[in-house]
Each structure stands twice: as structure tokens, then as C-alpha cells.
Design a protein around this ligand. Structure first.
Ligand code: G1P
Length: 285
């Protein structure tokens, strides 16, 4: 299965940090966010990845390219660990790039992948979302795809006042962690939301989605929304939702980015103890 990572958005929620650098390149602990996303894809067994970029996103391409001068320098200085680390990044997977020339929304960004994807189911992983799970979330979705043979998307209960930030599903529970989706609404008001089950940003979609995107009219914010295209897909195919095991960090807003940094620092062996001691001291003060 191929993965498509949309990373073309302007990151307006992250100004000023995102003014001259892609929000997908913001570091969390010591890695840019998008590297976590690629690592999840690779851990799920995916090695063909298409990143949808746009103007001002060149540093994403550079990050996954070979860094010849840097490698040479590290070699000369016998910095083997760092050399391996740098080489690992450019050898992780076959990474391709295509540009979304105009900012017309998530659905339109995914449409830019149609020629690369072809007529196969594919994974979509948002470039600003980190999932931490024992079994990679994308793999959980791929396993569910094997079973149900139709599009399946990650969902999560969100606080009611937050439904306005998400695509929200209406569905019936058919298994412990699986919902059969009856309807989807992109960023509904609190009153209109059919549930509090939010779309978290990781999907396995059938290729018929591309035809549906063609038929999708501009929706919320005047953009071609992936959620609206899935609603059209629902007229001809089933779509399931998976409440996944693990934790999601949405890096798209500042507070969550801070929280992700703290939580993921605490998960790193070399930083956990000093960070805990520091936080304790800070809070006691
Ligand atoms: C996008 C999707 C939305 C989903 C969200 C998850 O919205 O359109 O359906 O719930 O990602 O983060 P965005 O966050 O780009 O506004």
C-alpha cells in the first residue's frame, strides 16, 4: 500500500513560527513532525510515500534528501552515530513529492495524488499529526481494511465543544472498536454535530475517492473538503471508523505542540528523568 501525506497547508494557526518554514518541519523533541509521520508509515510496512507539498515547503524535500556535505563532515570527524542518524533519514523509504499549486483544501490536496496512487487503496496520514501506538495506527487501519475491504478511517471521541475543529461521523458500533459510518460532517457546530466522534487524520481510502473529489463542491472555508468527498463515497461504498489504541498529538496548534514536546520528551529514555525533575522543580516554584 502507498501512503499520501498532505503537507501543503499554510499553517496559519502557527504564525509566526510557520511564516517562513513549513509547520510540518517544526521539531518535536529532536525530529521534525513529518519525520514521525514517515516513521509511522515505514513501521506499518509502507515504503512508497507521496508527500503533497506547496510553495515554501522545500525544506521538507531537503530533509529527506541525501546530505552529502554533512555526511562527509561527520565521516571526517568520526561521528558515526550522527552519520547513521542522518543517513537513516534519506534511506527510510521511497519518498516522492508533488506540489499542490493552489490552496484549495485537503480534498484537493489528496486529488493531486491520483496519478501516483493509481487504482489501489492507499493510506492518508496528515503531515501535522503524530500517532504513538504499540501497533502503528496506519497498520491497525490496514488490518481492518483487510477484513472489511472498504475505506476505513481513524476516529476518536473529542470534547463536545471541540467538534467544530473536526470532521465528525455519525455511525453505529458494530464491533468493540469499529463503527459503520452513516454520515460525515466537516466542522459542524456544537448543535449540529451528529456525535462527538472526530476524524483524527489517518485514513485508508479506496481509489474511488478520486472520482468523488471531482464531484465535491467547495465546503467549509470555501475549500474542497476530504470529508465531503467521503460523504459522496458513502453513497456507493461502506466506510468504517476505527477507534484506535494509542495516543494522537495534533501539532497544528501551539498548545498541543507544547504538550507533545513535553509528553514525548518524557517518553525518551535519555531525557525522561532530568525532564521529570525539571518539571517538578518548576511546578514547586
Ligand atoms: C482536517 C480534516 C478534518 C479532521 C482534521 C483532523 O481538518 O478536514 O476532517 O478532523 O483534519 O486533524 P484541519 O485540521 O486540516 O482543519
Amino acid at each position: 500500500m502507498k501512503a499520501v501525506i498532505p503537507a501543503a497547508g499554510l499553517g496559519t494557526r502557527f504564525i509566526p513560527a510557520s511564516k517562513a518554514q513549513p509547520k510540518e518541519m517544526l521539531p518535536v523533541v529532536d525530529k521534525p513532525v513529518i519525520q514521525y509521520v514517515i516513521e509511522e508509515a515505514v513501521a506499518a510496512g509502507i515504503n512508497d510515500i507521496l508527500i503533497i507539498t506547496g510553495r515554501g515547503k522545500r525544506s521538507i524535500e531537503d530533509h529527506f534528501d541525501k546530505a552529502i556535505e554533512l555526511e562527509q563532515l561527520l565521516r571526517n570527524e568520526n561521528k558515526d552515530d550522527q552519520l547513521k542518524e542522518v543517513q537513516k533519514i534519506s534511506n527510510m523509504a521511497d519518498i516522492h513529492f508533488v506540489r499542490q499549486k493552489e490552496q484549495k483544501g485537503l480534498g484537493h490536496a489528496i486529488y493531486c495524488a491520483r496519478k501516483h496512487v493509481g487504482n489501489e487503496p492507499f493510506a492518508v496520514m496528515l503531515g501535522d499529526t503524530i500517532n504513538i501506538a504499540d501497533v502503528p495506527l496506519t497498520k491497525q487501519l490496514m488490518n481492518a481494511y483487510e477484513k472489511y475491504q472498504c475505506s476505513i478511517i481513524a476516529i476518536e471521541k473529542v470534547p463536545r465543544e471541540k467538534v467544530v475543529n473536526y470532521g465528525i461521523i455519525d455511525g453505529e458500533k458494530i464491533e468493540d472498536n469499529i463503527y459503520k459510518i452513516n454520515n460525515l460532517v466537516e466542522k459542524p457546530s456544537v448543535e449540529e454535530a451528529p456525535s462527538t466522534l472526530g476524524i483524527t487524520g489517518t485514513y485508508v481510502l479506496t481509489p474511488e475517492i478520486f472520482k468523488c473529489i471531482e464531484r465535491t463542491k467547495p465546503g467549509v472555508s470555501g475549500e474542497i473538503q476530504l470529508t465531503d468527498a467521503m460523504k459522496i463515497l458513502l453513497e456507493e461504498q461502506s466506510i468504517y471508523g476505527l477507534t484506535f489504541e494509542g495516543k494522537r498529538y495534533d501539532i497544528g496548534n501551539k498548545l498541543d505542540w507544547f504538550k507533545a514536546n513535553i509528553e514525548l520528551t518524557l517518553k525518551r529514555e535519555e531525557f525522561a528523568e532530568p525532564m521529570k525533575a525539571y518539571l517538578k522543580r518548576l511546578l514547586n516554584d
